[in-house]
Design a protein around this ligand. Structure first.
Ligand code: UTP
Length: 415
C-alpha cells in the first residue's frame, strides 16, 4: 500500500496534480481505494496535452474540402425498390441492431433526469425513450423480428435510466436478451490552470467523453461481442433526442449492402445556407462532417447546376455501420474537443465551490470524427419532416425544443 501511494504521489508531482490527494485522509476506506484507482487510470499525458490545446488558437488544419456525393431517397426511382428489397431481406434475417446514445447531459434542455425520460408534452405523456421504443417495436413487427436495442448511458445517468426502464417494464423488451445497457467512458475535468477537479464526493470530477466515445465503449463493454453472438451485421446508431428517428430503414441498409460500404449516413437538406449545423463533405478525399463554424460563407452558399447547396447535407446523427467498422474504430483514438462548462468542485481547502459561470474544461470526442477512418460512406438524403424532430433546447429558445418536436411528431403521425 505504501509503495502504491508513493508511486501515485510521484506521478502526481510529475504532472503538478498533487492536490488530488489533499482530502485523501478524510475519505472513508472504500472511497480512498476508489480515488487511488481513478488516479491510476488517468492518462496524465493526454490530459496535459488536451489542456494545452485549450490555450492554443484553434486553427482548422489545411484540408481539401469537397462536396460529398449523396442519394436522395425520394429520387431513387426504380432503385428504391431494389435497395429496399436488399435491406428488408437483411432485416428479416435478424442482421440489424439499434443503438441509442443516451449518455449526454442535456444541459440545454435543463430537464432534471436523463434526457430519454423527458415527456415532450404529447397527450399520452410518453417519454422520448418510449417514443423510440414504440417505433423500434413497430418496425421490427413489419419484418417478424425483435430488433435488439442497445442503450448507451453515462455513469451520471445510468442508474436513473435503468430504474426508469424497470418501472416501465422495459417497454416490453427483455433485459440482457434483446435490450442492453452500457456505460460510456469518461475523462477528468480540468480548471483554467490545468488542474484536475475533485468533485463533491471527494473523487475525481469526471465527465462523459462525448458521443464519439460510442465506438470504444461498444467494444470495451463487449457489446459488439454480444451483437456478433446475436448474428448482427449492421448497427444503426442514433441519439435519444430525435423523436422521429428512423432506426430501421431498409433503403439505407440496402444501399450500404449494395454499395459495399462500411457505413451509411442520413442527411436532411439544410434549412438555409446559414443554418447552424454540421454538413457532410469530403475532407482530403475521406467522408467527414464540417462544422458551420469551419465553413466560409461563400462555401455555405455555393450551389450546383441544379441550384442545390453544394454543402447542404446536414448531419443528423443517424448513421448505420457495419459491425466490423465499429470494432475497428473502437480501437482507434479520436481527437477530443474541449468545451468550457460550469462545474461544482471541492477546492484545495476542502470547500465546495459552486461557480456562477463556466469554470472548467470538459473533453469530448465527436462520433463523426471517425468517418475519416472509413474508406467510403454512402449518404442518403431523407425528408426533415419525416425523420428529424430534435429536442435540444428548452421551449424558451423556440427552436429544436419540445414544442417544435411535438408539433413535428404530431404532424407526422397525424395526431
Ligand atoms: P448533444 O451533443 O446534443 O448533447 O448530444 P446533450 O448532452 O444531449 O445536450 P447538451 O449539449 O448538454 O445540451 C447528441 C446525442 O448524443 C448523446 C446525447 O445523449 C444525445 O442523444 N451523447 C452526447 C452521449 O450519449 N454522450 C455524450 O457524452 C454526449
Amino acid at each position: 500500500m505504501e509503495d502504491r501511494l508513493e508511486t501515485i504521489k510521484w506521478t502526481l508531482k510529475k504532472y503538478n496534480q498533487e492536490h488530488l490527494l489533499n482530502q485523501y485522509d478524510n475519505l472513508p476506506d472504500n472511497k480512498k481505494e476508489e480515488l487511488l484507482n481513478q488516479i491510476e487510470n488517468i492518462d496524465f499525458e493526454l490530459i496535459k496535452s488536451l489542456y494545452e490545446n485549450t490555450k492554443k488558437e484553434l486553427k482548422t488544419q489545411e484540408a481539401k474540402i469537397e462536396p460529398i456525393e449523396y442519394l436522395d431517397k425520394y429520387k431513387l426511382n426504380d432503385m428504391y425498390k431494389y435497395y429496399e428489397e436488399i435491406g428488408k431481406k437483411a432485416i428479416k434475417e435478424g442482421k440489424l441492431a439499434a443503438v441509442t446514445m443516451a449518455g449526454g447531459q442535456g444541459t440545454r434542455l435543463g430537464h432534471n433526469g436523463p434526457k430519454g425520460t423527458y415527456d415532450i408534452g404529447l397527450y399520452t405523456h410518453k417519454s422520448l425513450f418510449e417514443l423510440l421504443s414504440d417505433s423500434l417495436k413497430e418496425e421490427g413487427k413489419k419484418y417478424g423480428v425483435i430488433i435488439p436495442w442497445f442503450i448507451m448511458t453515462s455513469r451520471e445517468n445510468n442508474s436513473a435510466t435503468i430504474e426508469f426502464f424497470e418501472k416501465n417494464r422495459f417497454f416490453g423488451y427483455e433485459k440482457n436478451k434483446n435490450i442492453f445497457f452500457f456505460v460510456q467512458g469518461e475523462l477528468p475535468m480540468v480548471d483554467t490552470e490545468g488542474k484536475i477537479l475533485i468533485g463533491e464526493d471527494g473523487l475525481i470530477k469526471l465527465a462523459a467523453d462525448g458521443h464519439g466515445g460510442i465506438y470504444e465503449s461498444l467494444v470495451k463493454n463487449k457489446m459488439t461481442d454480444k451483437m456478433r453472438e446475436l448474428g448482427i451485421e449492421w448497427v444503426f446508431i442514433g441519439g435519444v433526442d430525435n423523436c422521429l428517428v428512423k432506426m430501421v430503414d431498409p433503403v439505407l441498409m440496402g444501399i450500404a449492402i449494395d454499395k459495399n460500404v462500411t457505413a451509411a449516413g442520413k442527411s436532411v437538406v439544410k434549412a438555409n445556407p446559414k443554418e447552424k449545423v454540421g454538413v457532410f463533405c469530403k475532407k482530403n478525399g475521406k467522408p467527414s462532417v464540417i462544422e458551420y463554424t469551419e465553413i466560409s460563407e461563400e462555401m455555405a452558399e455555393a450551389t450546383d447546376e441544379n441550384g442545390e447547396l453544394l454543402y447542404g447535407e446536414s448531419h443528423i446523427l443517424c448513421n448505420l455501420f457495419n459491425i466490423s467498422a465499429i470494432e475497428r474504430m473502437g480501437k482507434e483514438s479520436l481527437p477530443y474537443h474541449s468545451a468550457f462548462k460550469k462545474a461544482t468542485y471541492i477546492d484545495a481547502d476542502g470547500k465546495k465551490v459552486v461557480p456562477d459561470g463556466p469554470n472548467a474544461y470538459k473533453f469530448e470526442a465527436f462520433l463523426f470524427d471517425a468517418f475519416g477512418e472509413l474508406d467510403d460512406m454512402a449518404i442518403l438524403r431523407v425528408k426533415r419532416e419525416e425523420e428529424f424532430a430534435p429536442v435540444k433546447n428548452a421551449d424558451s429558445a423556440g427552436v429544436d425544443c419540445p414544442s417544435t418536436a411535438r408539433e413535428l411528431y404530431m404532424k407526422y403521425y397525424n395526431l
